[in-house]
Design a protein around this ligand. Structure first.
Ligand SMILES: *Cc1c(COP(=O)(O)O)cnc(C)c1O
Length: 397
């Protein structure tokens, strides 16, 4: 009988629920149990059952998550980490060495830029910042022979810029570099970077993958047959470094992300529906000077977004009249929109990137406009979400 846990021909929502998740062989439990265990009885020395030896190397709950995300991204293998940044750190150690050069986005998650700038620079990894919405700017930032990785996010955080994944894969490959795509903002449901030519995909599973603001985690997915600049297999290198560096996801965290992925498809449709309605409201409000959303026809890379995403996602940014102080007050005076960092959960969040998520990039090329407000549009009733924004904007702008 065909096995739903390994069948690549099933649709996305079916794989999200079944990939890597065959009913438990011992009990028939339909959900993979939380194997809260560090070590495994061996049947004679070296006689491992199912390959399990020690939970840093592999744990069945984590394996289920890793197989599920590999299937959802159409990749070779998935790897789960204790956080998005732990996954990125491990991936970079697998791909590059001191003396190498990386191109990083001018509009990146603040923690990603901090990792390149404050962690990898002292270890001898140089970078240049490029406006990744502009293919020529990325090509110009590449240092022939030295650049080993082009790192992009799309949509970007917090300005919702769009990078052309297929075009940038060509640019990277022409230079002998790999293209890594942080797919956190789009989620696997809205965008499939490996199919567009990317070599590796990363996620902060803390966001849409987990989806309930109750877990911190990271995911990395590799594509088969890709080699590092040193001629080593990327999947094998990431597998080696995951175990050797050790920043793995624990069993309970893996279980929470796996549970989140089961509803990713329905959550993302609702996030998108609500975001579209919120964008329409913001565009009509006199206190709003600019709305950033890839679904808008006047977004500079709307055509690219329409080509590479199935819908435009649940993240929206906008600028208000009155500058920094007004923006901060709007964020503080909503009721249903919770003032907080992070994104991608079922609940609506609002924040001021200049003072919060992006405070660490103030004074750098990545500084964001001070009158910018970022929304992670939740899946609450959209009329309630809009009424709450309206009361704050009517009073304060
Ligand atoms: C949150 C985030 C990260 C970092 O992930 P953590 O789980 O917080 O370590 C990386 N990239 C993007 C786009 C993010 O939003």
């Amino acid at each position: 009988m065909p096995d739903a846990s390994t069948n690549p021909d099933l649709g996305f929502a079916s794989r999200a629920i079944h990939a890597g998740q065959a009913p438990d062989p011992t009990t028939g439990a339909v959900v993979p149990p939380i194997y809260q265990v560090s070590t495994y009885k061996q049947d004679g020395v070296g006689g491992l059952r199912g390959g399990y030896e020690y939970s840093r190397s592999a744990n069945p709950t984590r394996t289920a998550l890793e197989e599920c995300i590999a299937s959802l991204e159409g990749g070779d293998r998935g790897f789960a980490f204790a956080s998005g940044l732990a996954g990125q750190d491990t991936l970079l150690r697998a791909l590059i060495r001191p003396g190498d050069h990386v191109v990083v986005p001018s509009d990146a998650y603040g923690g990603t830029y901090r990792q390149f700038n404050k962690v990898f620079v002292p270890w001898g990894i140089e970078h240049d910042i490029a406006a990744i919405a502009d293919v020529d700017a990325v090509r110009a930032a590449i240092r022939p022979g030295l650049t080993k990785v082009v790192w992009i996010e799309t949509p970007t955080n917090p300005l919702l810029g769009i990078a052309d994944i297929a075009a940038l894969a060509d640019v990277a490959h022409e230079a002998g570099a790999l293209l890594v795509v942080d797919n956190t903002f789009a989620s696997s449901y809205l965008q499939q970077p490996l199919a567009l030519g990317a070599d590796v995909v990363t996620h902060s599973a803390t966001k849409y993958a987990g989806g309930h603001s109750d877990v911190v985690g990271g995911l990395v997915v590799t594509r088969a047959g890709v080699e590092t600049a040193r001629g080593e297999d990327v999947t094998e290198q990431v597998a080696f470094h995951q175990n050797a560096v050790g920043g793995v996801a624990g069993p309970f965290d893996s279980w929470l992300v796996l549970r989140g992925l089961k509803t990713l498809a329905v959550r993302m449709e609702r996030h998108c529906d609500n975001a579209e309605a919120v964008v329409e409201f913001l565009q009509g409000h006199p206190g709003v000077t600019k709305v950033h959303y890839p679904g808008l026809a006047d977004h500079p890379n709307h055509d690219v977004a329409a080509r590479q995403m199935t819908r435009f996602g649940g993240m929206v940014s906008f600028q208000v009249k009155g500058g920094d102080d007004v923006a901060a007050k709007v964020c503080a005076e909503t009721e249903l929109w919770t003032l907080g960092e992070s994104l991608g959960g079922v609940e609506a969040l609002i924040e001021h990137p200049g003072r919060m998520t992006h405070a660490s990039v103030a004074g750098t090329a990545l500084e964001v406009p001070s009158d910018l407000i970022r929304l992670s549009v939740g899946i609450e009733d959209v009329d309630d979400l809009i009424a709450d924004l309206k009361q704050a904007l009517d009073r304060l702008t």
